[in-house]
Write a protein that binds this ligand. Structure first.
Ligand code: 0RA
Length: 647
């Protein structure tokens, strides 16, 4: 029954050849289409294929998506949507599906009226995936038939064939990323799972399954009937909340759909995730600013008109001018999701929503619904008000404290900490700051360093518990003040961090390779992540890697970072040798510390990525946060690693 849908033995026309040349451009310059050919670009391909099925779900035709990672790292995505159309496309004279896979940007030309994604790395079309795949096969169930076609490096190697009958509809795409293009074609389960989970939260009711055939019994199922309400609960899962049921707002105006879920926790941080057409708008944009403006206004309106009697209201100095955005967002977890027809993505990473019309629509939807919610839930708004007002007071106190310090000594926070051993180099781009655990290691580092460009700041004892304290308390903690003042940055006011004041463009954390060292590292990364995030985003934070062993033989000393590597060397040795295991930095003399850990020629530094900091932050929340259950759970699961950790 193998019948060619597009007719028998067709010659390629000039138009079709042009189409194929389009994909050659993708293969020549893949980064232009998917950002990079590293792991990130590799996983963009998965996203792109899944996004097409999600589009079908958003249009209301699909409620189940299966993703399978095969043993050879090929990936299958199956959906139960309408199936990609197979009729002959009038311009290319090819079946629609063949066109979708071989023509750049053909993806969005069909199915008008659905939410199409434009710009950025998303929505580049499955043709880009096809172009960058060693092979790709598509199977479509539609019109009571099953169709199949195969491509290699973007080119059809079969025509679209009818391979059977079907009573269902849907699309199945299997592809293998081209090793000629990608540095490594290994798919990471966690990266895929994270994105699928996010998509399941954002598209209530859609069931998304993930199976990893490389490992037995490795799979996950994501389905959230509560959508972003469940998303917000998930964000607050390790925290105590002010009210148990998140507040959900939705509205639609001028074809723009707005959905928001909010729930406060008793902590001091804000955690707002924003999405446009399922894309995480990490840089924010008009939907986010519209929401923030509306929230601040709604709470201030309530404070002025409905809340406390006048006498009490204005007994707090300065409050008659209203609460600031930062005050009303303390402890807020929220998810904002908008869906619109022609999203404009701007910003450095193309993750900032630019459509100006969205701001007003979000503001009006939120204003109206929040005011009603407040009237109907006086207890809840009272809790939010109390929290916002105490945030206001704390911020005021911090501001007064800062001013006082500034007036007193004329240097303010600018005077450098006494125990900082600074360097002489003037250009901040060539200066390094070592934050060193303990005074004794600090002493060795001071002696061992190159004092031209390396500064040393020893830290004494455990740093304050950042999770449990408000900003002003954190800023008055000696160890943290020392780090902040040494860095030259203004932390803790409402302005964006001004990196032009940064005094060192490498900040290196140097701790012992033991549990306490890990603990301090987690604390520092959390501090940077929460209060000096641009330092991590711009790659200014590093971890030093001191060796664990010293192997001495003959006249030589050699250092090792793992037992395994050292054992290998020992096997090669003929004569006698001696092993020293370093338990801490303090056991190294200044020269050894320089040779192994500080000398730019020989040292190993690990640059801290956002993922590392995020992980540290999560670990920190669990270990230090107020909630007991998640901590028990975590310690139980990681008992081997945290056995000695005194929290
Ligand atoms: C355009 C039109 C129609 C379906 C699709 C695209 C579609 C594309 C993908 C990609 C993966 N899964 C998909 N499912 C559907 C339907 C047109 C119609 O039936 O009227």
């Amino acid at each position: 029954m193998n019948k060619n849908v597009s007719g028998d033995k067709k010659q390629y026309t000039a138009k079709q050849i042009q189409v194929l040349e389009g994909l050659e451009a993708v293969r020549k310059r893949p980064s232009m289409y998917i950002g990079s050919t590293s792991s990130r670009g590799l996983h963009h391909l998965v996203d792109e294929v899944v996004d097409n099925s999600i589009d079908e779900a958003m249009a209301g035709y699909c409620d189940k998506i299966e993703v399978i990672i095969h043993t050879d790292n090929s990936v299958t995505v199956i959906d139960n949507g309408r199936g990609i159309p197979v009729d002959i496309h009038s311009i290319t004279n090819l079946p629609a599906v063949t066109t979708v896979f071989t023509k750049l940007h053909a993806g969005g030309k069909f199915g008008s009226g659905s939410y199409q994604v434009s710009g950025g790395l998303h929505g580049v079309g499955v043709s880009v995936v096809n172009a960058l795949s060693e092979w790709l096969e598509v199977t479509i169930s539609r019109n009571k038939k099953t169709y199949w076609q195969r491509f290699e490096r973007g080119k059809p190697v079969s025509e679209l064939k009818v391979i059977g009958r079907s009573t269902k509809s849907g699309t199945k795409i299997t592809y293998y990323s081209d090793p000629q293009i990608f540095e490594d074609t290994t798919i990471n389960f966690d990266i895929v799972a994270h994105r699928l989970k996010e998509l399941a939260f954002l598209n209530a009711g859609v069931k998304i399954e993930l199976t990893d055939e490389r490992e037995a019994d490795k799979s996950a199922v994501f389905k959230y009937d509560g959508g972003i309400v469940e998303f917000v609960k998930y964000l607050n899962k390790n925290r105590d909340v002010l009210f148990s049921k998140p507040f959900y707002i939705s509205g639609k105006k001028d074809d723009i759909e707005v959905e928001i879920a909010i729930q406060y926790n008793t902590g001091y941080l804000e955690n707002i995730l924003s999405f446009a057409n399922n894309i995480n708008t990490e840089e924010g944009g008009t939907h986010l600013s519209g929401f923030k403006a509306a929230l601040t206004k709604a709470i201030n309106d309530y404070l002025k008109n409905d809340s406390i009697p006048d006498a009490k209201k204005f007994s707090i100095k300065g409050l008659e001018q209203g609460l600031s955005g930062n005050d009303v967002r303390e402890g807020l977890a929220a998810v904002i999701s908008v869906k619109l027809l022609n999203p404009q993505f701007e910003g450095q990473t193309k993750t900032k929503l630019g459509n100006s019309e969205v701001r007003g629509i979000v503001t009006s939807v939120v204003n109206e619904e929040l005011s009603n919610f407040f009237i109907e839930n006086p207890d809840t708004i009272q809790k939010i008000l109390n929290k916002s007002i105490s945030a206001y007071k704390a911020r005021e106190a911090a501001r007064r404290a800062r001013e006082l310090v500034r007036q007193k000594n004329g240097f303010g926070l600018g005077s450098l900490p006494g125990k900082l051993a600074d360097c002489s180099e003037r250009d901040p781009f060539h200066r390094e700051l070592f934050i060193v655990e303990g005074d004794s290691a600090g002493g060795s580092a001071k002696q061992g360093r190159d004092r031209k460009f390396q500064a040393i700041l020893p830290l004494r004892g455990k740093i304050l518990n950042v999770e449990k304290a408000r900003l002003h308390k954190i800023l008055t903690n000696n160890e943290i003040r020392a780090i902040i003042t040494a860095s030259g940055l203004q932390v803790g006011d409402d302005n964006e961090l001004d990196l032009s004041q940064l005094r060192y463009h490498k900040i290196i954390i140097m701790t012992d390779a033991d549990v306490d060292g890990e603990h301090i590292k987690t604390l520092l990364l959390t501090l940077f992540y929460r209060y000096m995030r641009p330092l991590i985003e711009k790659g200014k934070i590093f971890i030093a890697r001191p060796p664990l062993f010293k192997l001495s033989y003959g006249q030589k000393n050699e250092y090792f970072f793992s037992e395994e590597d050292m054992q290998k060397k020992i096997k090669e040795l003929k004569g006698s040798y001696n092993v020293q295991r370093y338990k801490g930095l303090g056991e190294m003399n200044p020269i050894q510390l320089w040779d192994t850990t500080m000398n730019p020629e020989t040292r190993v530094l690990k640059r801290v990525e956002m993922e590392d900091a995020l992980e540290a932050d999560e670990m920190f929340t669990i270990l230090m946060g107020g909630k007991v259950e998640p901590r028990k759970e975590f310690i139980y699961q990681h008992s081997a690693e945290v056995l000695e950790l005194d929290v």
